[in-house]
Design a protein around this ligand. Structure first.
Ligand SMILES: Cc1cc2nc3c(=O)[nH]c(=O)nc-3n(C[C@H](O)[C@H](O)[C@H](O)COP(=O)(O)OP(=O)(O)OC[C@H]3O[C@@H](n4cnc5c(N)ncnc54)[C@H](O)[C@@H]3O)c2cc1C
Length: 265
């Protein structure tokens, strides 16, 4: 897979929910090749001192543009959110492996916690394009932080919402929605795709292993080079006879089968 390092300008960078922004820029080569789950490594040129790029999943693509939906977490994303239209950014991508959708999910269940839903949007679009029934379970802390519901519904995803404080949707965690759905037992051959905080993914993995539902997770470990060199993003993966091997989220991931990850480490 070819990767491109593109110097481009910001076409829009809007706050779409509390502390969450949608960045759009022209990246023809990346837009043409990006697959569900893949990410871009963005050099934030707003001020000095940010040597490391920051990784963001590619949220949507069209002929020549990509968008990335990001949450303000620390200095890098704060500075990115302050960059105006016309400012230049350096975007490296597409990077990483992809979600597998050739396994004919029926239905596909997307579980997104907070900004984790951003990593599932391109996947949702591909699933809907191939005619797969797709359910989106979207979790947020509260109503003002709810993301992507309109975008998902526009492409035909059936969305269920949970918020920690009950300000919209079901009161509780998005994993409660997942348990309720899988308990219903009238699903044909469900496959779960999930992204979100580590604790949420651990819970998703536990639930889906109890229900024996295949599950792919996109991991969002802290990342350095994104080229497989620095080993900053490794996560523990079970191989063969229950031995643990550390694999790189940037090159072997970010998508893993949930059963492979050693969640307890
Ligand atoms: C493959 C991949 C795809 C990603 N896609 C998205 C996306 O689409 N949208 C989005 O909002 N975020 C995404 N992230 C997370 C995003 O990269 C980080 O939130 C961002 O790099 C934080 O940068 P910062 O400079 O603002 O924070 P920093 O100043 O670097 O960190 C501030 C605080 O946040 C913690 N932190 C930093 N990075 C992470 C992380 N990855 N996970 C958990 N805690 C972290 C640090 O420990 C620190 O406490 C992705 C991460 C990966 C690895």
């Amino acid at each position: 897979m070819n990767t491109y390092d593109i110097n481009t300008t910001i076409l829009s960078n809007e706050e779409v929910a509390e502390d969450h922004y949608l960045l759009r820029c022209e990246c023809y080569e990346i837009a043409k090749r990006a697959q569900p789950g893949q990410f871009a490594h963005v050099l934030i040129t707003n001020g000095a001192g940010l040597l490391l790029r920051r990784p963001f999943t590619i949220y949507t693509v069209d002929d020549s543009h990509i968008t990335m939906l990001y949450q303000i977490i620390g200095e890098g994303t704060q500075r990115l959110s302050e960059m105006p239209i016309g400012a230049s950014v350096q975007v490296l991508g597409p990077l990483g492996n992809t979600f597998d959708i050739d396994c004919n999910p029926n239905p596909a269940i997307l579980v997104g916690g907070g900004a984790g839903i951003a990593s599932l949007m391109l996947l949702a679009a591909s699933l809907r394009t191939q005619g797969t029934e797709t359910l989106g379970l979207v979790g947020a802390q509260h109503r003002k932080r709810l993301l992507s519901v309109d975008d998902l519904e526009t492409i035909g995803v059936t969305v269920h919402i949970a918020t920690d404080d009950g300000s919209i949707g079901q009161h509780g965690f998005v994993t409660d929605l997942l348990t309720d759905l899988l308990s219903n037992n009238d699903l044909n051959r469900p496959i779960v795709y999930a992204c979100g905080p580590h604790g949420m993914l651990t819970a998703v993995s536990k639930i889906t292993s109890e229900f024996e539902v295949p599950t792919q997770v996109a991991m969002e470990n802290r990342m350095g080079c994104a080229m497989g060199v620095c080993l900053g993003c490794v996560c523990p993966v079970r191989i063969g006879d229950n031995r643990i091997e550390y694999q790189r989220v940037c090159t072997e991931g970010p998508v893993f089968n949930a059963t492979e990850i050693a969640w307890e480490i």
